[in-house]
Ligand binder design. Structure first.
Ligand code: ATP
Ligand code: MG
Length: 572
């Protein structure tokens, strides 16, 4: 017996504090040992990385302890909701690697039961119709230290309340003219108990129930009861709901008995640097065309991250790393980017692309010869194989890999110096100034050089050491493409904390650079159909964009190879 206890204790050690609570409830046999959670998005926007944290918790804890997790659309405000959002939410949860089986529910499914409960509470003298405006009601709320004032309509008769509430739902009254309130305690130290609003009039058609209803339940009157109707045992949410918990429990107790009662547990929200997480602000960015849509690769949305080339594994690993606590914090986006690099380093196919090309002519290389060099697809992954790359007399290298007057520690190409072309030969740039060709504006167009025919791998000269190695693409075989270089969406660390400026003024003007005329090795085109993740060697991680076509291959830079912001920050 004692041994078992200890084993169980050890087992419980790898758990976060929410899992620990769940584990203890299961051990105590609460709710008949059943575990059921839910993820409850409101379909009023696309999911973001913060929601991913909630998803990993809600589905993760159910998976861990053999329970189930429902997907419940919290669709109680028809004005802001849309089926487009419902569809995107489904897709994003699946992409993250979770599934709700046939347990897809809607708070609107419970409108009849919620309405019946409201009627019951009115009959029991626990709810009343208030004819005041929302401003008047707010003015009577009081403050945490000053009690509120009771509404002049608080002591209406049951009959009058029933009559008014049914007529509210029949559409007889204007929006905002009346609400249904719970008769609780206007002096409660918990502001949420000061006669909270249960129902409001909304005359906008609902995306599922149409014009059936003219009254809609508030969050606090819908959420706990929906949990109860669904048999949810653990209602896990974020810390801002801590003060709502007593009200959650209060309403749930109107339904529950000792055999089953849902329980609310709260954890800290995910907040990320250099972005915003408010759906309202994200919607504004979309509506005002400040980004290309909800799935713009700069957005903190799950769909944006997917389009940018983030993997679900990297998102989940990041969420694991930051963990779950009871304290609000701001998480560094560098941690997320680190997780993305880590995963892409493991899975990305290594290829060559020259983003800002300049032509190089190897004067002593036979004009018509084409050799093939063999490239490893991924040194980090056994069995990932190799692919072949054509090599010929004219190739492209990056413009800034050549300098006419290099500083001392420049280990790339300069007149008279040698570098290795990765996987191929050692070349030497000509020292003759006339071997650098220019256009009318003086920009270098072609650099002439020679190669050492003995320096190719497998030949005697291959062991010869040179300081630099460059990536390159055969000019004759290269395919032109476009790359979109993304950077952080905002230029300040915590836009939400800046009260002086509108958040849109803090957008990073350099968050997107489009580069055309990028030279791609042909293998990239072949592999892009398969939706591959690539490492353009020495450049960064890239993925084909949704705009990709055979005529115009387009790639998103998922992330640079190194954290360039870290360098900037250290310098400053
Ligand atoms: P709002 O309610 O203002 O529209 P929301 O971001 O809370 O926005 P919901 O659709 O209600 O959106 O969120 C669904 C679930 O995701 C909730 O349980 C909520 O607690 C959780 N969630 C939302 N934002 C975050 C975040 N930044 N970190 C962790 N969980 C979050
Ligand atoms: Mg919410």
């Amino acid at each position: 017996m004692e041994v078992k206890e200890e084993a169980e204790l050890n087992e419980s050690k790898g758990l976060n504090f929410v899992e620990e609570e769940v584990y203890n409830d299961l051990r105590a046999g609460k709710n008949g040992g059943r575990l059921s959670t839910r993820f409850p998005p409101e379909p009023n926007g696309y999911l973001h990385i913060g929601h991913a944290k909630a998803i990993c918790m809600d589905f993760g804890v159910a998976e861990k302890f053999g329970g189930t997790c429902n997907l419940r659309f919290d669709d109680t405000n028809p004005v802001k909701e849309d089926v487009e959002y419902v569809d995107s939410i489904r897709e994003d949860i699946h992409w993250l690697g979770f599934d709700w089986g046939d347990r897809e529910y809607y708070a609107s499914d419970y409108f009849p039961q919620l309405y019946d409960l409201a009627i019951r509470l009115i009959k029991e003298g626990k709810a009343y119709v208030d004819d005041q405006t929302s401003e008047e009601i707010a003015a009577q709320k009081g403050t945490p230290t000053v009690p509120g004032t009771e509404s002049p309509y608080r002591n209406r008769s049951v009959e009058e309340n029933l009559d008014l509430f049914t007529r509210m739902n029949a559409g007889e009254f204007e929006e905002g003219s009346r609400v249904l309130r719970a008769k609780l305690d206007m002096a409660s130290s918990n502001m949420h108990f000061r006669d909270p609003i249960m129902y409001r009039i909304i005359k906008y058609p609902h995306h599922r129930t149409g014009t059936t209803w003219k009254v809609y339940p508030m969050y606090d009157f819908a959420h706990g009861q929906s949990d109860y109707f669904e048999g949810v045992t653990h209602s896990i949410c974020t810390l801002e709901f801590v003060p709502h918990r007593p009200l959650y429990e209060h309403f749930v107790k109107e339904l529950a008995d000792e055999t089953y009662c849902p329980r609310q547990i709260e954890f800290n929200r995910l907040n990320l640097t250099y972005t915003v997480m408010s759906k309202r602000k994200l919607l504004q960015l979309v509506k005002e065309g400040l980004v290309a849509g909800w799935d713009d690769p700069r957005m903190p949305t799950i769909s944006g991250m997917r389009r940018r080339g983030y993997t679900p594994e990297s998102v989940r690993n990041f969420i694991n790393t930051i963990g779950y606590t009871k304290y609000e914090a701001l998480n560094s986006i560098s941690l997320l980017e680190h997780a993305v690099r880590d995963d892409l380093n493991r899975i990305a196919t290594r290829v060559m692309a020259v983003v800002n090309p300049v032509k190089l002519v190897i004067d002593n290389y036979p004009e018509d010869l084409v050799e093939t060099v063999t490239m490893e697809n991924n040194p980090e992954q056994e069995g990932s194989g190799v692919h072949e790359m054509p090599f010929c007399r004219e190739i492209y290298i990056e413009r800034d890999d050549f300098m006419e007057n290099p500083p001392k520690k420049f280990f790339r190409l300069a007149p008279g110096t040698e570098v290795r072309l990765k996987g191929a030969y050692i070349i030497k740039a000509s020292e003759n100034p006339e071997d650098i060709e220019r256009d009318s504006e003086g920009n270098i167009t072609t650099i002439h050089c020679t190669y050492d025919p003995e320096s190719r791998s497998g030949l005697p000269g291959a062991a010869r050491k040179v300081k630099g190695t460059l990536h390159w693409v055969s000019a004759r075989h290269a395919i032109d493409g476009e790359v979109r270089l993304y950077d952080r969406l905002f230029e300040v660390e915590n836009p939400a904390a800046e009260t002086e400026r509108d958040f849109r003024e803090m957008l990073n003007p350099d968050s997107l650079k489009v580069v055309t005329g990028v030279k791609l090795e042909p293998f990239i085109i072949k592999e892009s159909e398969k939706g591959r993740k690539f490492q353009f060697q020495r450049v960064g991680y890239f993925t084909p964009d949704y705009d990709y076509t055979d005529e115009k291959p387009v790639f998103n830079r998922t992330i640079a190879l190194k954290d360039t912001w870290e360098k900037v920050q250290k310098k400053n």
